[in-house]
Ligand binder design. Sequence first.
Ligand SMILES: Nc1ncnc2c1ncn2[C@@H]1O[C@H](COP(=O)(O)OP(=O)(O)OP(=O)(O)O)[C@@H](O)[C@H]1O
Ligand code: SF4
Ligand SMILES: [Mg+2]
Length: 434
Amino acid sequence: MADNKKEIKKHYISRSESRRISKENSKAIAQFEKRKKRKVKPEEYVTQMKDDNNIVEFEDLHTFFFSDSGTVKAVNGVTFSVPAGSTVGVVGESGCGKSVTSLSLMQLVQAPSGQIVSGSIRFRADMFKLDEKGKKIPVYEKETGEDGQERIKLDEKGKPIIRKNELGGNMYEMERQVVDIAKMPTEAMRSIRGREIAMIFQEPMTSLNPVFTIGNQLDEVGKLHIQGISKQKVKERSIEMLQLVGIADPEGVYKKYPHELSGGMRQRVMIAIALLCNPKLIVADEPTTALDVTIQAQILDLLRDIKGKINGSIMLITHDLGVVAEMADYVVVMYAGKVIEMGTAEDIYDRPLHPYTIGLQKSKPTVDQEVDSLYCIPGFVPNPINMPNYCYFRDRCGKCMEKCSGEYPELIKVSDTHSVSCYLYEGQAEVKNG
Ligand SMILES: Nc1ncnc2c1ncn2[C@@H]1O[C@H](COP(=O)(O)OP(=O)(O)OP(=O)(O)O)[C@@H](O)[C@H]1O
Ligand code: SF4
Ligand SMILES: [Mg+2]
C-alpha cells in the first residue's frame, strides 16, 4: 500500500513545483519572444549550405514546448537534409516530433509555449533584394527612345510600368541566399512561407475556410504571394491549378464551398493552393491519412507527378512505411524527438539496422504472408518531459546490452548514405547486411 502511494506520487507534481515551473517558463518564453521581435540584420541569418546539393539542412534542431508540467522536448537535436529535387520521407510513430520538425521549418510552431530553442534550418531561397529603406526593388519595362537611349517605359498616367513575371505578378530584383530559418525574423519569413515553401496538412477541412468558396481561397493566396497580379490573371491561375491537380470540372469547383467536395477533392484543392506560387519545396504532413486507400493512391500519384512538373522537392511526413516506400528517395526515421536512422529508401527497406526500424518493418501488414496477428513493438515511448540520458529505445529493445544504459548513442555513419544511432553498430565504418 505504502509502495503504491509512492508510485502514484511519482506521476504528479506538487502545486509549488508547478508554480516554479510556470515561473521559469514565463522567463524563458519572454526571452525567446524578445529575440524573435528584435530587429535582426540579414548578416545574422544569411548563411552557407554545408552541401550545395541540398535545399534544406536541419542541424541539431531543438524545438521545445514549455508546459506547466515541464519542458516537452518535441524535437531534440534533429539533423538531416533534403537534397534538391528529391523526396524525403520522415517516418516514426505518433508523437515522435515529425509535425513539430516541419512546423519549425515553416516558423509555425505554436507560440508562445512552443519555441525553437537552438540549432539551424538552412534553406536556399530566392529572396527579394531590398533598397536602403527596406523596400523591394521593382524591375521596370524598358524602351528605346527616339534619341536611341534606353529608358523606363511609362503608362498613360506617366507611371513607370513594372515588368511581369511568369505568374503574372510584378517582377522584383531577387537574389539567391541561404537563410537560417531558425534565426530569421517573422517578417522576413513571410516572404518564404507559401511562395518558396508550401505546406499540405493532414485534414483539409480544418485548413479550408468553410464560409468562402474554393475560388475565393485560391485567389486570396495568389493575391497575397503574387504581388501586382490582376483579378483576371489570378482567377486564371487558380483554375489552371485546379486542372493541374486533376479536378475534372475546375470552373465548377472554383465556385463551390469546401463542404460540397469529397475528402479527396478537398485534398486536391489543398495541393492546388500549395502549388499556386511554384514553391521549391512542398511539405506534406500526413497528406493521405484522412482518405480511403484508393484516393490515397491517387493523391500520392498526383504528388509524384507534380514534383516532376515543378522541379521541386518534397518532404513527406507519415507514419506509414508503405507510403514512404512508394514515394521517397531518402528516409529519415524519428523516435522520441531524435533521428535514429536515415538513408536511401533501399537502405531503410532492404537493410534496416536500428531495432526500432526493424520493428516498424515487422509491424507492417503484407499481402503475401498469412499471419494471425500483426507484430507490435512492446512498451511505450518514454515520457517526453523526463527523457532519460540513455538510448530512448532501451526499455523496448530486444537487443539491449550493458552499454545501452550509458550515454545516448551517437549517429554512426555505416555507409555513404546510411546512418544509425545504436551501439550495435559502434565502430563499424560499413556493414554488409544480408
Ligand atoms: N502545441 C503543443 N503543445 C504542447 N506539446 C505539443 C504541442 N504540439 C506537439 N506537442 C508535443 O510534441 C511532441 C511531438 O509532437 P508531433 O505533433 O510533432 O508528433 P508527430 O510525430 O507529428 O505525431 P503524429 O504522427 O501523431 O502526428 C509530442 O509529445 C506532442 O505531445
Ligand atoms: S543502443 Fe542498445 S538499446 Fe538502443 S537500440 Fe541499440 S541495442 Fe537497443
Ligand atoms: Mg503529426
